[in-house]
Design a protein around this ligand. Structure first.
Ligand SMILES: C[S@@+](CC[C@H](N)C(=O)[O-])C[C@H]1O[C@@H](n2cnc3c(N)ncnc32)[C@H](O)[C@@H]1O
Length: 216
């Protein structure tokens, strides 16, 4: 089954700042719609400016569930000034630090999806530590160092319900360049090796896995 977002939602996604290409976005949307049928919330780690969050919120709206998106909004290592993926427009001039929360809010408001998504602002492991509720979908797209990717996997994958989906972004089986590490690839392998997850689909760097057993 593939699900396609309405043209206005796809247009909002394409117009939003962010890093997910359209082919991955369509696979992401299909997975989110499928998972929504479980009747449980859909959660992403790594909001940035709300690009993938548009699709997650729209899938949640269609399923009558809530989307959740986790980010401290201070940017990942590779998004800081002087690095490959830095966008000067994301810096709060008053404090000189990145703050992507205002752009996220504007983006979701313009897309008419504010009521379908809850922003959790803070460090992912800190929020995961107090989270205690099953999720239909977890999308890991936060920090891409081994420390962050492992913490996201260990903090959030346990909450994926039986039959629910675990999505991992930026999975590069071979090193791409000096900026693109393989930590997401390593947690993807770990999930498969655990026996708790099986692969559903691979689209470019997006992997969709399903929970088929207990544990991580
Ligand atoms: C690659 S971007 C997310 C891209 C987004 N999903 C999109 O489609 O455009 C990664 C985000 O993860 C956030 N992040 C990195 N490490 C984090 C952590 N430990 N806790 C919370 N957010 C984190 C960064 O602030 C950044 O906004």
């Amino acid at each position: 089954m593939t699900a396609a977002p309405k043209p206005e939602i796809l247009a909002a996604f394409e117009a939003a700042k962010g890093f997910m290409p359209v082919d991955e976005g369509l696979a992401f949307y299909t997975a989110a719609v499928e998972a929504g049928a479980l009747g449980l919330p859909l959660l992403e780690v790594g909001t940035y400016c709300g690009r993938s969050a548009i699709l997650l919120a729209d899938a949640a709206r269609a399923a009558g569930v809530t989307a959740l998106t986790v980010d401290h909004h201070r940017g990942s290592e590779e998004q800081q000034p002087g690095w490959e993926y830095h966008d000067p427009e994301t810096v709060d001039p008053e404090i000189g630090l990145m703050d992507t929360l205002p752009t996220f809010r504007r983006t979701l408001h313009k897309a008419g999806l504010e009521d379908h998504i809850v922003a959790l602002v803070g460090r992912s492991p800190q929020i995961a530590k107090i989270w205690n509720s099953p999720l239909a979908l977890v999308f890991i797209d936060g920090g891409h160092t081994d420390e962050h990717a492992s913490a996201d996997y260990e903090g959030w994958a346990p909450h994926v319900a039986e039959g629910g989906l675990l999505l991992i972004h930026d999975v590069h089986p071979a090193p791409k360049d000096e900026f693109t590490g393989q930590a997401p690839y390593r947690i993807y392998l770990r999930a498969l090796e655990s026996g708790a997850f099986t692969e559903v689909s691979a689209t470019d760097t997006l992997r969709v896995l399903r929970r088929v057993g207990a544990g991580i």
